[in-house]
Write a protein that binds this ligand. Structure first.
Ligand SMILES: CC(=O)N[C@H](C=O)[C@@H](O)[C@H](O)[C@H](O)CO
Ligand SMILES: CC(=O)C(=O)O
Length: 321
């Protein structure tokens, strides 16, 4: 049975805020999980000032893991975090039954929230169908806040999110908001402003965080907050103190970093950068062209050239770097 009072308590105005890292899933060279590294990953992120973790998302390769592995990864991050920041577990699956199992497990281990993409092999074609799918999924974790994960570039379902929030509000009692990974700032703004700012709509495109912050974003979930949370924090601080030009320069550093990484297979390159920062999280699960030694060397050189290692670590202004 749904414990309404508990639900109300958990959801009463507690919105996410700040930078939430979409964590990598650490693996051994052979491709098996390497969960021993999780505590060190969590400590690094907390030291970097990250204010939440998003586990088994796109960055964490949730879709490439077995159900059991996803449960183990979720438990490892929840345990290592020990309540210091919220942990959101991504439970989307092409099989809604599997997704329900993951949702139930996430609730049992005490995840602060769950989040899910829609099924994507057979496309979810309209808002009614999306609402029904997510209702079925979220009902398996009736005491855990739910964020729908809107990422049309990967799911192929670009359903209007204002329509979805409007319909799903009643149908899904645990729905608290969205992880919005698209570039339509106007749609994001409408979602934020819907029903007297009822929903927690979290921004998911790191290279446009400045625009999203100006639009009203209070929280962002992304992959590059694993590597360079610092530059985004400086950007947000600059914006908050009216230094728009400086804020723009920090966003421009983020774009430069992402474009540099984007010249290589993206996720393996991100994992290689974490290794440069002292955290060996191994290869990716899919054979996504692991970087050769010479590619790692050239990635490092390109990052040095753009000043990445200075501006992701020190506290100087971008113009001083
Ligand atoms: C597809 C994907 O992984 N999107 C992430 C968030 O949802 C982002 O954090 C991007 O990785 C980031 O914005 C770089 O393009
Ligand atoms: C980046 C992101 O938000 C994800 O990994 O799902």
């Amino acid at each position: 049975m749904v414990d309404e009072s508990l639900m109300m308590q958990r959801m009463s105005g507690r919105k996410l805020s700040g930078l939430i890292a979409a964590t990598y899933t650490p693996m051994k060279a052979c491709g098996d999980l390497n969960l021993d590294v999780v505590p060190a990953m969590v400590e690094k992120l907390l030291n970097d000032g990250v204010s939440g973790l998003y586990v088994c998302g796109s960055t964490g390769e949730g879709m490439s893991l077995t159900t059991r592995e996803r449960q183990l990864v979720a438990s490892a991050f929840v345990d290592a975090t020990a309540g210091r920041v919220p942990v959101i577990v991504q439970v989307g699956h092409n099989s809604l039954r599997e997704a329900q199992g993951l949702a139930k497990h996430a609730q049992q281990i005490g995840a602060d929230a769950i989040s899910a993409t829609c099924p994507s092999y057979f496309k979810v074609a309209n808002v009614q169908s999306l609402t029904l799918c997510m209702q079925e999924l979220a009902s398996a974790a009736p005491e855990t806040p739910f964020y729908y994960y809107h990422i049309p570039m990967l799911t192929g379902s670009s359903i209007d999110m204002v329509d979805f929030l409007t319909q799903a509000d009643e149908a899904i009692p645990t729905l608290v908001g969205l992880k919005y990974t698209d570039t339509k700032l106007f749609e994001f703004q409408r979602c934020l402003e819907l029903s007297n700012r009822k929903f927690d709509v979290v921004w998911g495109c790191d290279e446009m965080l400045l625009g999203a912050t100006a639009t009203g974003a209070r929280a962002a979930i992304g992959s590059t907050y694993n590597l360079a949370a610092n530059i985004y924090r400086k950007m947000t601080l600059a914006l908050a103190s009216g230094q728009l030009e400086s804020a723009r320069q920090w966003q421009s550093k983020s774009i430069e970093m992402i474009c540099t990484i984007g010249r290589y297979p993206f996720h393996p390159a991100m994992k290689a950068i974490l290794a440069m920062q002292g955290l060996d999280v191994g290869p990716c699960r899919l054979p996504l062209e692991s970087l050769s030694q010479s590619q790692v060397a050239s990635l490092r050189e390109s990052l040095e050239q753009i000043g990445f290692f200075q501006w992701s670590e020190d506290s100087s202004k971008p113009s001083d770097a």
